[in-house]
Design a protein around this ligand. Structure first.
Ligand code: GLU
Length: 608
C-alpha cells in the first residue's frame, strides 16, 4: 500500500537514535506530534478520534490512501498497540462495531479473550491459604489471569468482513511507529511508574519498559523493535502465525512459566493455556443490542459484554422521564439511579451467552425499563445496592418492593482504549480494545514486544453456581466495554465509546445524556466532569464533578467519593472518543481535552 511516510520520515530524521532492546533515551526535537493533540476536529472525507496522535494519524493516512473505516480502525488499533501498549495490543481482546453505509446495518465482532479449556473453577484461590489471592497486585500479575487473546482474530475478521485492504497494508503505519519510536509523554511515564513493581517481576517486561531500572523519561523516544518484528510476522503470514506455530508456543510458555525475575516477591501464579486453546480461538459475529432513545436507534455490544444491555436498559429507564426539562441535580440524580438499576441487572443476569442463558431481549425491552423506572424516587436516592428486576415477569407496572441484596465488590480495573473512525462513504467503526488493567498481566512475551492481558480477572473471583460470571473453561469473562453507534432515521448521528472498566458503561451513558438531553455539544459532553453509580453505596466521581454537583446531589442522599485508588495516580473516569455526524455531512470528531493527557481528533478535510 502506498502508505504516506513523508511526514513521519521528517520526524524520524529529527531524532538521533541508538537502540538496545526497547526504550532509548534521546531528546525529541522538531517534533510536531504534540500539536496534533486536538480535542475537536471538524470536516469532511473521514474522521477519527483516539487517545493518541500517532494512532489518529495512522487512521487518517489509511483513509487518505483510499481505505475505509474498517481498514483505518485496524491501522489505528495496531498503532495504539505501540503507543498505548499498557492499554491495548495483540495480547488482548475487544469489541468492534461497524455501521455499513451500503446496508444501513450495524454488525459487531466479539473478540473477547477466553478462558483456557483447562481453567479450574478455583483458579483464583491460593492453594497455600485456600483463600482468594489478594487481587492487586498479586492476582492481576499472573499467568492464570491471561485469557486467549482475541485482538489479532478481530482485526482479521473485521478486514475480511468489512475492509478493503489486507492486514499487511494496514499494519504498515504501526510497524513504522514501532521502528522509529514515539515520544514518551507524562501519561506513558506515569503508567510505567504505576506498574513498576509488576513490571519488575518479569525479565522480559523490565528489559522493555524499565530500561536501566527506571521508566522512560518524558520527551525521550521509545522504540519497540520486537513488536515491529511481531507485527511484520503477522503482516507476512497472517494472524494464523499468532494462533499457531512458534509464536503460539512462546505465548503458552510465558503463561505457563512466566519469566519471573529472581528478586520479585509477587507470587505470579502460572496459567493453564495450551497451544490448542490458541488454535481453537475464534472471534464471533454477533447481532448488536438495540434500544430506542428519544427517537434515536442506539446499537451496542451484546453479551459477552454487558455494555449494550446495561447502557440500553438505563436508556430505556431514562426514556420514561423528561430529563431535558429537569434541573441539573435532578437530571443527574435520575442518571445515577437509572445506572444503579441497570447495574443490578447486569450483575444478576449477564455472562457469556454460550454458557449462561442471558435475557438480552428482556433487559433491553422498553417495557422492562419502564417497570424498572418505578424504583426511582424523584426526590431521594435509593439505598444501594438496589435489587435486580425480574426478567421473567414484568408488565411495565410498578411492582411491590423487593428484598435487598449483598453489596458486590467491583474488581474491574481501569485501562483499555477506544477509537472511533468514519470514512467518506459513511461507514463508521466504534472499537474498544484492552488488555484489561493498565499493564495487563505485566508479562511481555519474551522477544515479542507485547504484553499479555489479565482479562480473566473480569470473572468473579470466587466460584458461585448462581453467578452468571462464574469461571468456566472456554468461557468469556463479562466485559463492560460499550462501543455504541447511534442512528437517526437510519443514518449515523453519533458513535462513541470509552475505556474505564465498569465505568465505561456510565461514561457512555452520561455522554449520551449530556449530548441528547442536556444541551451540550459532543465536545462539551466528553469534557464534562463524570460520575459513576454502579449500584454501590457511594457514587464514584471526578473531583470536578464533586465540586460542581456534590452539594446538589447530597440533597438527594447521594454520597460522592473521589475516583482513583492506591494503584493508579489519576482521579479520572474514562477517556472517551466520539464522532458526531451533522445533517450536511460534516463530521465532528471529539476526543478528551485533558483526561489521559488529552486525545487526538482528526479529519481528512478540515472545515470550520
Ligand atoms: N476488562 C474491562 C472490560 O472488559 C476493560 C478494562 C478497562 O477498561 O479497564 O470491561
Amino acid at each position: 500500500m502506498p502508505y504516506n511516510k513523508r511526514r513521519l520520515a521528517a520526524i524520524t530524521a529529527a531524532v538521533a537514535m541508538s537502540v538496545t532492546g526497547g526504550a532509548v533515551i534521546s531528546p525529541a526535537s522538531a517534533d510536531d506530534r504534540e500539536t496534533k493533540k486536538t480535542a475537536t476536529a471538524r470536516g469532511y472525507g473521514g474522521a477519527v478520534s483516539t487517545v493518541d496522535p500517532e494512532a489518529s494519524a495512522a487512521a487518517i493516512e489509511v483513509l487518505r490512501d483510499g481505505g475505509n473505516a474498517a481498514d483505518a480502525a485496524v491501522a489505528a488499533a495496531a498503532t495504539l498497540g505501540v503507543t498505548e501498549p499498557y492499554s491495548a495490543g495483540i495480547g488482548g481482546g475487544g469489541y468492534f462495531l461497524f455501521y455499513d453505509a451500503k446496508t444501513g446495518r450495524v454488525g459487531t465482532i466479539d473478540g473477547r479473550e477466553t478462558a483456557p479449556a483447562g481453567m479450574p473453577r478455583d483458579a483464583f484461590i491460593d492453594p497455600k491459604t485456600g483463600k482468594p489471592y489478594n487481587f492487586t497486585p498479586e492476582l492481576v500479575t499472573s499467568g492464570v489471569s491471561v485469557g486467549v487473546p482475541g485482538t489479532p482474530a478481530t482485526w482479521d475478521r473485521a478486514l475480511k468482513r468489512w475492509g478493503t485492504m489486507d492486514l499487511d497494508d494496514v499494519l504498515e503505519p504501526a510497524i513504522d511507529v514501532a521502528n522509529r519510536g514515539f515520544v514518551v509523554d507524562e501519561t506513558f511515564r506515569q503508567q510505567t511508574l504505576d506498574n513498576k513493581v509488576r513490571f519488575a517481576a518479569f525479565t522480559s517486561t523490565s528489559k522493555l519498559f524499565l530500561p536501566r531500572g527506571d521508566a522512560p523519561a518524558v520527551g525521550s523516544i521509545f522504540r519497540s523493535p520486537d513488536l515491529a518484528r511481531t507485527y511484520k510476522l503477522l503482516a507476512d503470514k497472517g494472524t494464523r502465525a499468532f494462533y499457531h506455530g512458534q509464536l503460539a508456543k512462546e505465548i503458552v510458555a510465558a503463561v505457563k512459566a512466566p519469566p519471573k525475575t529472581a528478586a520479585t516477591r509477587l507470587p505470579v501464579p502460572p496459567g493453564h493455556m495450551t497451544t490448542a486453546d490458541l488454535a481453537g480461538y475464534s472471534a464471533l459475529n454477533q447481532a448488536p443490542t438495540h434500544v430506542e432513545y428519544r427517537g434515536y436507534d442506539v446499537y451496542g455490544m451484546a453479551p459477552s459484554s454487558s455494555g449494550g444491555t446495561t447502557v440500553g436498559e438505563a436508556l430505556n429507564v431514562l426514556d420514561t422521564f423528561n430529563i431535558a426539562e429537569m434541573s441539573t441535580p435532578n437530571a443527574l440524580h435520575h442518571y445515577l439511579e437509572a445506572s444503579a438499576l441497570a447495574f443490578a441487572d447486569r450483575g444478576r443476569y449477564v455472562g457469556d451467552p454460550k454458557f449462561v442463558d442471558v435475557p438480552t431481549a428482556e433487559l433491553t425491552d422498553p417495557l422492562f425499563g419502564k417497570e424498572r423506572s418505578c424504583a426511582i424516587d424523584p426526590k431521594r436516592a435509593a439505598v444501594k445496592p438496589v435489587p435486580p428486576g425480574n426478567v421473567a415477569n414484568y408488565d411495565g407496572v410498578c411492582p411491590a418492593a423487593a428484598a435487598s441484596i449483598a453489596d458486590e465488590k467491583d474488581t474491574e480495573n481501569i485501562s483499555t482504549t477506544n477509537l472511533t473512525v468514519a470514512d467518506k462513504w459513511g461507514n463508521v467503526v466504534e472499537y474498544t480494545l484492552t488488555i484489561e488493567q493498565t499493564g495487563g498481566s505485566g508479562i511481555v512475551v519474551p522477544g515479542r514486544g507485547f504484553l499479555l492481558n489479565n482479562e480473566l480477572t473480569d470473572f468473579s473471583t470466587v466460584y458461585d453456581q448462581k453467578d452468571p460470571n462464574r469461571i468456566e473453561p472456554g468461557k468469556r469473562p463479562r466485559s463492560s466495554m460499550s462501543p455504541t453507534i447511534i442512528l437517526d432515521e437510519g443514518k449515523p448521528f453519533l458513535a462513541l465509546g470509552s475505556p474505564g472498566g465498569s465505568t465505561i458503561i456510565t461514561t457512555v451513558l452520561q455522554t449520551i445524556l449530556n449530548r441528547v438531553d442536556r444541551g451540550m455539544t459532543i465536545s462539551q459532553a466528553i469534557a464534562a466532569p463524570r460520575a459513576a453509580q454502579r449500584n454501590t453505596a457511594n457514587v464514584t466521581a471526578e473531583p470536578a464533578f464533586i465540586t460542581a454537583y456534590g452539594s446538589g446531589l447530597s440533597a438527594y442522599g447521594h454520597e460522592l467519593a473521589p475516583a482513583g485508588d492506591a494503584f493508579t495516580s489519576a482521579a479520572e473516569i474514562g477517556a472517551a472518543t466520539a464522532i458526531e455526524f451533522k445533517p450536511d455531512g460534516r463530521m465532528v470528531a471529539a476526543a478528551e481535552p485533558v483526561r489521559r493527557g488529552g486525545g487526538s481528533a482528526m479529519v481528512v478535510k478540515p472545515s470550520r
